[in-house]
Design a protein around this ligand. Structure first.
Ligand SMILES: Nc1nc2c(c(=O)[nH]1)N[C@H]1C(S)=C(S)[C@@H](COP(=O)(O)OP(=O)(O)OC[C@H]3O[C@@H](n4cnc5c(=O)[nH]c(N)nc54)[C@H](O)[C@@H]3O)O[C@H]1N2
Ligand SMILES: Nc1nc2c(c(=O)[nH]1)N[C@H]1C(S)=C(S)[C@@H](COP(=O)(O)OP(=O)(O)OC[C@H]3O[C@@H](n4cnc5c(=O)[nH]c(N)nc54)[C@H](O)[C@@H]3O)O[C@H]1N2
Ligand code: SF4
Ligand SMILES: [Mo]
Length: 694
């Protein structure tokens, strides 16, 4: 197996690993090591999903690990908060100070005054987010819980009401689909390995539709682009079902046997006539009817949605209703039918064994990742007094940037930031800790867009004084005088505990095999019908009507919840444009936005307007513009083009303020407000106006 560590010529070793980044593709990779130095990196050739290719962002990852601006030593702040001036200190000094400050906070305010703020920089089960690295220590201290609301939660909660789980199709089964609906996901940019599957289906005759307010790279390669108004996807789904039902094409046998609440849902569908749907979505009526007719006759229809679509006030309901659509057409019974949102959870590892929530001395509060500014500036019971940021860059990535920065500026807030680079957030740290990068530590990964897991074997020694996340927390536990042996588990022990769940998805997979082979497909059939044995809902059926949703305060019935700002006509008079800030092709969130070669390709911040919107403001291509609303503003270079529909503006996430002379970024305009479900973020439900920059 080529994943196995092997010597290909004297002194050259191939070490199996995996990309740690927040990307559904979860690539398996191989590091070539010669004389202790990593000399090459490639996607694992025989991995069925990675297929030997990484991506434009990660192809030069080794170069990034050796970047001259990499953090190599602990630092202590010398200037005022936010100035970003530091002096080098030893690990002993750093750990002494952190242990002392955390102990003081606990004595005076209690453990909940500590907020372990973990982001998506590394998704690993050992070093990263999936395993909540550090959780055992934070639980022992009784720290506040970190509620991971920034990314996909609204859609996870929404799909779960309908299906009883947020897991759906194996995305690889889209190769069997005859009609593919890509709902608000820019596959070629955000999960390009899936495009190979889609393209395979397209070559064998499948019709591919991109449903996106923006003509993305993906939409250009699709057979059809449906540029609906932001936040109106559930209305479109209901309108398409209206056409299906008018043609009598609903799968009555499936509906009778496998669904709950069809009569009520049918009544709701009947409200969404093509005329009304077209009006809500801002589409020609014919395009609703035509797509509805295609959906009525094409089995299997496979749908892929990702996170972009659910960053609106009604984002949870959107996914809840999309997951219901294949219940009407009966698509859930065919390979290649249904919806894939996230495969998170198919890996049946024992996460609880890593988290050890039983160590909590008492129940603690949760603090929402996307409400950072509010929490730092208003929460008082107790106030947040210590913030430990790792794998995250909230000063750039979180909405309400003004409040976030005001909070981070608090002189009485003790902030530790552990990272690879001097990010916007590092500017606000009291202590900075240098973390290892992926070839330098052990980890275990799954992917949220496929059904494989991978082992990442350390390939080289860390540079400078960098330490892994796990080692940092082990040393901090010792400094705090904590005794519980579980705080000192080695990386290998953690991985073995995770893999010892006895879950059927892991039959035949253990650490020794992963080490040998690099990766494994979880034990699910292919093709895979996830609901062949019924749905894991309370009724055992797909629930158009959900008592669980009703108990949580939502409409019992799947439907359409309009976006908040995007649908606010009063607000539209002041801020006529809905701003979408989607993924950049060259950065991953804010990761890589300091990498010279990628900045060169991405350029600075841009905002794209439709020619009519630009002309109405007397704006022209290439000029510097100010994008603003009542929350904040940022400057960007104007692009004028027909990739956006009138009334929509598009920019990308990721740019760092500190590399733009301290200028605010797009998140200065984004609200700190929750979506309808799970407290999700609302990045794309954001009204702005654009004018000439002063
Ligand atoms: N290159 C690159 N890859 C990435 C990332 C990155 O930053 N860069 N980020 C990673 C992360 S963290 C995530 S969560 C995923 C996200 O993966 P995606 O969800 O695919 O990415 P986004 O760009 O956030 O949004 C996708 C599309 O949704 C559209 N959109 C916005 N609002 C709506 C709407 O209301 N309805 C519809 N139908 N479409 C809408 C946007 O125009 C955009 O083209 O990608 C991951 N992959
Ligand atoms: N306007 C707008 N903003 C958005 C979005 C949007 O669509 N629009 N998308 C949102 C989404 S989907 C997400 S997921 C969030 C992401 O927001 P964050 O979770 O804050 O992720 P990043 O901005 O990529 O920052 C991750 C940091 O972790 C560091 N890091 C990587 N690996 C490690 C490690 O092993 N240890 C340590 N200590 N550090 C590490 C990286 O260097 C980087 O600085 O951004 C959100 N922000
Ligand atoms: S960012 Fe995504 S596509 Fe690129 S190497 Fe990592 S997992 Fe693969
Ligand atoms: Mo994300």
């Amino acid at each position: 197996m080529s994943g196995a560590p092997a010597s290909t010529r004297s002194g050259l070793k191939i070490v199996p690993g995996a990309c740690p980044l927040d990307c559904p593709d979860g690539c398996s990779w191989q590091v070539q090591v010669e004389n202790g130095t990593a000399v090459g990196l490639r996607g694992t050739p025989d991995h069925p999903y990675t297929r030997g290719a990484l991506c434009v962002k990660v192809n030069q990852y080794l170069e990034h690990t050796r970047a001259p601006d990499r953090l190599l030593h602990p630092l202590r702040r010398t200037g005022r908060k936010g100035e970003g001036r530091f002096v080098r200190i030893s690990w002993d000094d750093a750990l002494d100070e952190i242990a002392r400050r955390l102990s003081e906070v606990i004595d005076r305010y209690g453990g909940e005054a500590i907020w372990p703020y973990q982001g998506t920089g590394n998704l690993g089960y050992v070093q990263g987010l999936q395993g909540r690295a550090g959780s055992r220590l934070w639980n022992t201290l009784g720290a506040s819980r970190h509620d991971m609301t920034i990314c996909s939660i609204a859609g996870l909660v929404g799909t779960e009401y309908t299906l009883g789980t947020s897991r759906g199709m194996d995305p690889e089964d889209l190769r069997h689909s005859r009609l593919i609906l890509l709902w608000g996901t820019n596959t070629l940019t955000t999960s390009h390995h899936l495009w190979k599957v889609v393209a395979e289906a397209q070559r064998s005759g499948a019709h591919v539709v991109a449903i996106d307010p923006v003509l993305t790279r993906t939409a250009r390669l699709a057979d059809e682009h449906v540029p609906l108004r932001p936040g109106t996807d559930a209305a479109l789904a209901l309108g398409l079902l209206h056409v299906v039902v008018s043609l009598g094409a609903e799968d009555r046998a499936y509906l009778a046997k496998h669904t709950l609440g069809w009569p009520e849902f049918r009544t709701r569908i009947e409200e969404f006539t093509p005329e009304r749907t077209a009006r809500i979505c801002g589409l020609p009526m014919e395009s609703v009817v035509r797509l509805g007719e295609r959906l009525a006759v094409t089995r299997p229809t496979g749908m892929k949605a990702a996170q972009g679509i659910q960053r609106h006030a009604g984002g949870g309901m959107a996914l809840r209703t999309l997951a219901a659509l294949p219940g009407v057409t009966g698509d859930w019974k065919y390979p290649g039918g249904g919806i894939a949102y996230s495969t998170d959870g198919y890996f049946g590892g024992d996460r609880e064994a890593l988290y050890r929530d039983d160590l909590l001395p008492h129940p603690v509060r949760s603090l929402s990742m996307t409400r950072l500014g509010e929490a730092l500036t208003t929460v008082d019971d107790p106030p947040v007094k210590a913030l430990f940021v790792y794998g995250a860059n909230p000063a750039a990535a979180v909405g309400g940037q003004g409040a976030v920065r005001a909070g981070l500026l608090r002189e009485d807030l003790f902030t530790v930031v552990m990272d690879h680079f001097h990010t916007d957030t590092v500017d606000y740290a009291d202590i900075v800790l240098p973390a290892t990068m992926q070839p330098e530590h052990a980890d275990l990964h799954d992917g949220y867009g496929h059904l494989y897991i991978a082992w990442n074997e350390p390939a080289v020694e860390p540079p400078g004084a960098c330490l892994s996340t796990t080692e940092t927390f082990r040393r901090l536990a010792a400094r705090l005088g904590l005794k519980d042996p579980c705080l000192y588990a080695s990386d290998e022990e953690l991985a073995r505990e995770l893999l010892s769940s006895g879950h059927p998805s892991l039959d035949g997979i253990d650490l020794d095999r992963l080490r040998r082979e690099g990766w494994a497909r979880l034990n699910y059939p292919s093709p895979f019908l996830p609901f062949a044995e019924g749905f894991p809902t309370p009724s055992g059926k797909l629930e158009f009507v959900s008592a669980t949703a009703a108990a949580d305060g939502h409409d019992p019935l799947c439907g359409y919840t309009p976006p908040r700002e995007a649908a606010d006509e009063e607000l539209a008079r002041r801020f006529p444009l809905v701003l979408i800030s989607s993924a950049s092709h060259f950065f991953l969130n804010t990761t890589f936005a300091n990498k010279e070669s990628l900045i060169r390709r991405a350029g600075g911040p841009t905002v794209e307007l439709h020619p009519d919107d630009a002309a109405a403001r007397g704006l022209t291509e290439g000029q510097e513009v100010r994008v603003f609303n009542n929350r904040g503003a940022f400057t960007a270079e104007l692009r004028v083009g027909r990739s956006v529909r009138p009334g929509v503006a598009r920019t990308t996430k990721g740019h760092w303020s500190r590399l733009m002379g301290g200028a605010p970024g797009v998140n200065a305009t984004v609200a700190e407000r929750d979506a309808d479900m799970g407290g999700g973020a609302v990045y794309h439900d954001n009204r702005v106006e654009v004018c000439t920059a002063e």
